[in-house]
Design a binder for this molecule. Structure first.
Ligand code: ADP
Ligand code: MG
Length: 352
């Protein structure tokens, strides 16, 4: 006989599962922006326009000119664990940002989400979901590409809403996320608008698609984002060790900062905040900087996807290298080499 107050095991419904998963994937408006912009990059977009209202709390809209989706695909895109990016048989060879197929399902569980899309040849279609409940797919006028609109983030999870910071702080976090992604994709044009209060709003960041070779484009993009002082003091970094490639720009020690805010690290195009890599950067400048100064750099590591695990955390800012020593050694030696060379030039041309 079952006692009155014994807890009963029940299967959670889909909406509840998505809400719980959303807690992992979507911490704040900026994490929603990150997922949506990564999707746009994965879709092969050349231009990505982002708008937000009230720090992203009331509105986040990401428009891209990528491959788009057809009407039949829209419900799939919003379903959990549905993805076009892997077939599940090869989790070690991930070449795209996405792969969990969770972001849109999670966002649709914690906000009012609408997805409007069109492929190059097809007709436009739109689909909305709110609190995990999906509408029917409807035809819609659309340009080729995709627009995702997310309104009232966390309206269904008031506890999470309480932890939001001020609009200003959330807008700052969104800007950071967009700038980081824009650094890694210099050939894609980005714009960010604050549309609080409706209308056209105010453009808060813009980086048009860069041209030239990768280093030209990256240098131009870093000038745009980190400023001319960084760009003028940045050393080009290009090195390889055992199949791990390092490219980017690292600033002269004289352009160091009082904090680590100007350190941008990427693995396979993915912004990371990884202890190992941050430590390597610090180590490289060890002889060139006093303890209270921090190097400024934007560094990009490329490695075969099966030699790095990006699956460590859903927010994916930590990574695990199969050969951490190689990645670390590569950064330390390439930067030390560039710094020593620059130092040598500086001391031979500047007296004293
Ligand atoms: P994931 O990115 O991990 O696959 P998402 O939930 O973010 O999971 O997206 C689910 C699927 O929806 C993607 O695999 C992709 O097929 C489709 N999709 C999402 N955003 C876009 C977009 N901007 N353009 C084209 N397809 C998209
Ligand atoms: Mg995704």
């Amino acid at each position: 006989q079952i006692s009155e107050n014994r807890p009963v095991i029940r299967q959670l419904d889909e909406a509840a599962i998505n809400r719980i998963a959303a807690g992992e994937v979507v911490e704040r408006p900026a994490s929603a922006v990150k997922e949506l912009v990564e999707n746009a990059i994965d879709a092969g977009a050349q231009r990505i326009d982002i708008a937000y209202g009230d720090g992203g709390k009331t509105l986040i809209r990401v428009r891209d000119d990528g491959c788009g989706m057809c009407a039949e695909e829209l419900p799939m895109a919003l379903a959990r664990h549905a993805t076009s990016k892997i077939d599940g048989s090869d989790l070690l060879n991930i070449h795209t940002f996405g792969f969990r197929g969770e972001a849109l399902a999670s966002l649709g569980a914690v906000g009012r989400l609408s997805l409007t899309s069109r492929t190059a040849e097809g007709e436009g279609a739109t689909l909305s979901v709110a609190g995990g409940r999906m509408d029917a797919v409807k035809p819609a006028a659309a340009k080729p590409g995709t627009v995702v609109e997310l309104r009232d983030l966390f309206y269904a999870t008031p506890a999470r809403l309480k932890f939001m910071r001020t609009d200003r702080a959330e807008a700052q976090a969104i800007t950071d996320v967009v700038k980081r992604l824009a650094m890694a994709e210099p050939f894609i044009g980005f714009s960010l608008r604050d549309v609080s209060g409706g209308g056209e709003g105010r453009e808060t960041f813009r980086a048009d698609a860069e041209s030239g070779d990768l280093f030209d484009a990256l240098h131009g993009r870093l000038r745009r984002i980190l400023g001319s002082e960084f760009a003028d003091n940045a050393l080009k970094i290009e090195a390889e060790r055992e199949g791990i490639f390092l490219t980017g720009y690292a600033a002269l020690p004289t352009y160091s900062r009082g904090s680590s805010i100007a350190q941008y690290l990427f693995v396979n195009g993915r912004p990371v905040n990884d202890k190992l890599l941050v430590g390597a950067l610090r180590g490289a400048y060890f002889d060139f900087l006093s303890r209270d100064r921090h190097p400024a750099a934007a560094l990009f590591l490329e490695v075969e996807p099966n030699r790095v695990d990006v699956n460590v955390h859903p927010a994916k800012s930590q990574v695990r290298f199969r050969e951490p020593g190689v990645a670390r050694g590569l950064i330390v030696s390439a930067l030390r080499h560039a710094l020593a060379e620059a130092g040598h030039r500086a001391s031979s041309t500047v007296a004293g």
